[in-house]
Design a binder for this molecule. Structure first.
Ligand code: SF4
Length: 418
């Protein structure tokens, strides 16, 4: 019995590792007593709660059986792999056992689709419901919304889960058709729409009725695979922007495609995971959400893909020299946020510090500004020699020459496929 559960855990935790929509990262905890729960890092990931706390989660699939055959997925029907399925009670017991041993603070539960969407969603909900109602479990629960699950189930899921997510997987409808022709884009949208509306309703009702039951307090998220199809970065970010705006997503995750098979529709098995591209997309996402940029400023028809050599804010600044130099001691907050090498924290420190004195390079360095980038784009109470006679190409080459460029060598050959 113990061995079978251990085997299921190995299979279903391994299958879950491709889902990055819970900010996964590895964790190793040894079990000195050789008991169940010696995850050796397997199946444990980290996520962020409603109030921004980082928590470690047991990350597993309920099953890796699936009726679908999505080309990009290891769990696809036609793949010849070991299959397993947990019973509802087994997941409940595992979660409680791991929780009591302090290995985890919550559960991330996804699943292949067995029988149909509702049947699978019902079982995911049963796990969460048992944990909450029978085990009085107050830890974090992230449940996968199964595309096509009906509205009643999606409502129920939100009563027990902190976060819900439905992975859009392929950023465009045409890409999805190519790699997962059995799937219907509308089936992804339906649960997203329901969760969004329920969260809005909950937020308005709780103002009037304090006892309104909580609904998915950590909101919803989604994941897109990057590099499986030929979408440009612009298409990916336009799609992400659409989900943020129309479905109130808390987060969109970008997951570089991991080559898993030889298929003429996909990058070859020898191609690399596009890690650097993934990183640049996250930076762009950050600029859109916290720095006031819109997608079309960062990516447009003339510039559909991100510059892998430099970060997207620096890339934008090099293409828009008319906005610089910015006077550190006078500019508005929105303008300061656009200076390469100046982050959110630095901006608030600058705004505060300049009330008392005119800031120079030494002050900016102490504040945490990355002067190796920022100095080409600012004027302050030091001599601004850096901007003299330097065009964008020269500035870029000076910055690159003086930077470590840890990703440069890793620039994925997968990008050149498209
Ligand atoms: S439905 Fe989900 S689990 Fe099944 S093959 Fe497609 S992506 Fe994989």
């Amino acid at each position: 019995m113990f061995d079978r559960i251990k085997e299921k855990l190995e299979i279903l935790a391994d299958a879950a590792k491709y889902d990055v929509s819970c900010s996964s990262s590895g964790s190793k905890r040894s079990n000195k007593n050789k008991g169940l729960g010696n995850s050796d890092g397997m199946g444990i990931c980290h996520s962020y709660t409603e109030d921004g706390r980082c928590v470690s989660l047991l990350k597993i699939l309920l099953t890796n059986h699936c009726i679908f055959d999505c080309a990009y997925c290891v769990t696809r029907r036609s793949n010849d792999i070991k299959r397993a399925a947990f019973k509802v009670q087994e997941v409940v017991d595992l979660t409680i056992n791991f929780y009591r041993r302090n290995y985890i603070e919550g559960l991330f539960l996804s699943s292949g689709i067995f029988k149909d969407a509702d049947f699978t969603m019902e079982r995911l909900i049963q796990v969460a419901k048992k944990l909450r109602l029978e085990e009085n479990f107050n830890g974090y629960i992230h449940l996968k919304s199964i595309p096509g699950a009906n509205d009643e189930l999606m409502y129920e899921a939100g009563l027990y889960a902190d976060r819900l997510s439905v992975n859009i997987e392929i950023p465009t409808v045409s890409g999805l058709k190519k790699l997962a022709p059995e799937k219907d884009h509308a089936d992804f949208i339906k649960p997203m729409e329901k969760v969004k509306n329920e969260i809005i309703q909950y937020n308005s009702e709780k103002k009037l009725i304090k006892s309104t039951p909580k609904y998915a307090p950590a909101g919803q998220s989604t994941q897109m695979i990057v590099g499986a199809t030929g979408e440009s970065d612009r298409e990916i970010m336009l799609s992400a922007n659409h989900y943020y705006k129309n479905y109130n997503m808390k987060r969109v995750y970008y997951s570089g495609y991991v080559p898993i098979r030889n298929d003429p529709r996909l990058p070859s098995l020898s191609s690399q995971v596009p890690m650097l591209r993934e990183n640049r997309l996250y930076q762009t996402d950050w600029l859109m959400r916290f720095y006031g940029f819109n997608v079309n400023e960062l990516l447009n028809q003339q510039f559909p893909n991100l510059d892998v050599e430099v970060d997207p804010k620096l890339s934008w600044a090099l293409r828009n020299p008319q906005h610089f130099p910015v006077d550190i001691n006078r500019a508005e907050k929105e303008t300061l946020l656009r200076i390469p090498g100046v982050g959110l924290k630095s901006v608030s420190k600058i705004l505060n510090a300049r009330k008392y004195q005119k800031l120079n390079y030494d002050h900016l360095k102490a504040i945490g500004v990355a002067l190796n980038r920022a100095r080409y784009f600012i004027i302050c109470n030091s001599r601004g020699w850096e901007t003299r006679d330097l065009d964008s190409a020269k500035i870029k080459s000076l910055i690159l020459r003086n930077s470590v460029g840890k990703f440069r060598k890793e620039y994925s050959s997968q990008l050149s496929l498209f």
